[in-house]
Ligand binder design. Structure first.
Ligand code: NDP
Length: 329
């Protein structure tokens, strides 16, 4: 009889209650795959886009969910080198199926977890930390003296970004939606926290930069902030639009970038910055080293049981979470 495992599945796009934990069949790992028993699973905003069906192209239904996990290898498929039963591995990407007790994963996405990292900390950091790694080193490299506007500065990615950018000497203006979240951003190295529910962030950025504007904006909020974010840039500044927590960004006319000051605009994805194995491994090593050196500290971690994935989504969408959210299978 085929083995089964518990996994989250959804048959329709929609609200968190579409997520159901089911017993699903788990075949032995195919060629090039590892079978992993999860110890901790990262929850990321992309999971919410997948669940809602707003991320193009939408996942074919019924679908699994989750792009980040940590666990122990329990079987190795044919043709896989470099991994053995018992290894602790973490991953970003692969088919969305991290919300499960066990799964098969392309070995090309697996990274060995250093012995000084716990499964919980790794699940809290690997997707979000690798996102920050590429955004501030390889997408638009931050150097000492750069001025940066970072939205959702107290969230999972934002918490790590504030720490890492401030260690690199960036002057970070960070937005968040409550006084408590501003405190979190500040504690993580954000130089100027701004409550964008109460304060016009564009006016505040102009004030803080003496009218000049910032060198770079990292905008993951999307619809609600994109246009004003462009107005926050200095001439020849860079707009990194990397998410849409408030909804998709309207199309932008190329002439707008000229009119607003010869701006650069990029819409990056972690998938393209970790697709090559050598870049993926080097980025992970960069992140683990930043943790060892204390440049990036353990974030606040909120833990839910795998069966409470819907509640984790509800809290994240309601903007109740700060730091990282993980599921324990
Ligand atoms: P967060 O923990 O940052 O949660 C999202 C945050 O967005 C909320 O806490 C909230 O902060 C803010 N927000 C603003 N408007 C809304 C809204 N209308 N509804 C909900 N939240 C809103 O999530 P993650 O750390 O997982 O991800 C952060 C962003 O980074 C996401 O947009 C995600 O898609 C993006 N991302 C992109 C990647 C890429 O490679 N392109 C890779 C990884 C993440 P507040 O209450 O302070 O406003």
């Amino acid at each position: 009889m085929a083995e089964t495992t518990s996994a989250v599945r959804f048959e329709h796009h929609g609200d968190p209650d579409v997520l159901k934990v089911q017993d699903v069949e788990l075949a032995p790992p195919a060629e090039g795959e590892l079978q992993i028993k999860h110890e901790a699973i990262g929850v990321n905003y992309i999971d919410i886009y997948h669940r809602k069906g707003v991320y193009a192209p939408p996942l074919p239904l019924p679908a699994g969910l989750g792009m980040e996990g940590v666990g122990v290898v329990r079987a190795v498929g044919a043709g896989v080198d470099g991994f053995a039963v018992g290894d602790r591995v973490a991953y970003v990407g692969g088919p969305p199926d991290a919300y499960s007790q066990a799964r098969n994963l392309p070995a090309a996405r697996a990274l060995k977890v250093p012995s000084d990292m716990t499964p919980e900390l790794t699940a809290a950091l690997i997707f979000k930390g690798l996102t920050v790694e590429y955004l501030i080193h390889r997408c638009r490299a931050i150097s000492s003296g750069d001025t940066v506007l970072w939205h959702a500065a107290a969230g999972g990615v934002g918490t790590i970004a504030c720490q890492w950018m401030s260690a690199k000497g960036g002057m970070v203006i960070g937005t968040a939606s409550s006084a408590e979240k501003l405190e979190v951003a500040k504690a993580n190295g954000c130089t100027h926290p701004v409550n964008y529910r109460q304060t016009d962030f564009e006016a505040r950025v102009k004030e803080l930069t003496g009218g000049a504007g910032v060198d770079v904006v990292y905008d993951s909020v999307g619809a609600d902030t994109f246009e004003k974010s462009l107005n926050c840039l200095r001439p020849r500044g860079t707009m990194v639009s990397f998410g849409e927590a408030s909804g998709p960004v309207d199309p932008v006319a190329i002439s707008t970038l000229g009119a607003k000051g010869s701006l650069y605009l990029t819409r990056p994805s972690i998938a393209h910055y970790t697709a090559q194995r050598s870049e993926y491994e080097a980025a992970a090593e960069n992140l683990f080293q930043a943790i060892r050196e204390g440049v990036v500290r353990a974030p606040e971690i909120t833990t839910y049981a795998l069966g409470d994935a819907a509640r984790a989504h509800t809290d994240m969408e309601a903007r109740r979470t700060t730091g990282s959210v993980i599921l324990i299978p």
